[in-house]
Design a protein around this ligand. Structure first.
Ligand SMILES: [Zn+2]
Length: 242
């Protein structure tokens, strides 16, 4: 009957279990962290894509502005041509001078628009260069992201398989520990993130490194019951005692 296992035998079983659980918890930590890292990588990649999109939007806006300016230029050219044609029809000097003045005004406006169009060409070129540069960045980042994603997903599969093997080994050992002891051990394991039973070394607990009082050490030596660290609540044992 396992319920009749001596305390020392129980501790030995728990140490065996702890070896597996230590590895299982480490694997589970890795399994938690890897997808988090993948999320971060994806975020970085999405940010690069958003950056490209911003440059593309900027380019589109500039194209629209450029088109509008070209439209304005055409309107002014048409007006100037129309006024020039009207000049020969005018009868008086006064009318003629007024029309010439009007034409000059249009020409001045036209020259402003022309300057704007030249600047707009520069802006378009610069923005297009940015778009092309960012496209290369995004393409490289995508390659990197997909490659890292695959590495992570593959390693997750391996870790999951390893965890399954360890879990099944654990399932074989666990029934040999009395139920009440096992559930106590499991509770400590959960609260300590995977380290439930530790040796006392040089008078200190191997889990929290606090001094184990002499009377507690004596309690362990008496081997009448499991003894717990007063500070971290882990099960403690004496290596030489086993
Ligand atoms: Zn402790």
């Amino acid at each position: 009957m396992i319920e009749t296992l001596s305390i020392k035998e129980q501790i030995k079983k728990l140490i065996e279990l702890q070896k597996l659980d230590g590895d299982i918890y480490a694997l589970k930590r890795e399994l938690r962290e890897k997808p988090e890292y993948l999320v971060k990588l994806k975020e970085d990649f999405e940010n690069k894509k958003a950056n490209l999109k911003q440059h593309e939007e900027q380019y589109k806006t500039l194209q629209v502005t450029h088109k509008t300016l070209e439209g304005d230029l055409k309107t002014q050219d048409d007006a100037i041509a129309k006024f020039n044609a009207q000049l020969s029809l005018l009868k008086t000097n006064k009318e003629y001078t007024a029309k010439l003045h009007e034409i000059e005004n249009f020409k001045a406006d036209r020259s402003i628009v022309e300057d704007k169009i030249l600047l707009s060409y520069d802006a378009l070129d610069a923005t297009k260069a940015n778009v092309d540069k960012e496209k290369v960045v995004v393409a490289e980042e995508e390659k990197k992201y997909l490659a890292e994603k695959k590495v992570i997903e593959d390693s997750v599969k391996i870790l999951e398989d390893k965890a399954k093997v360890l879990e099944s080994q654990r399932a074989m050992i666990a029934p040999s520990v009395p139920k009440a002891i096992l559930s106590r051990y499991d509770r400590v394991l959960e609260h300590t993130d995977g380290l439930a039973i530790v040796p006392v070394k040089d008078g200190t607990c191997g889990g929290c490194y606090m001094t184990v009082p002499a009377q507690v050490a004596n309690q362990i030596k008496m081997s009448k019951e499991l003894v717990f660290c007063e500070t971290c609540a882990r099960i403690i044992y004496l290596v030489d005692d086993l």
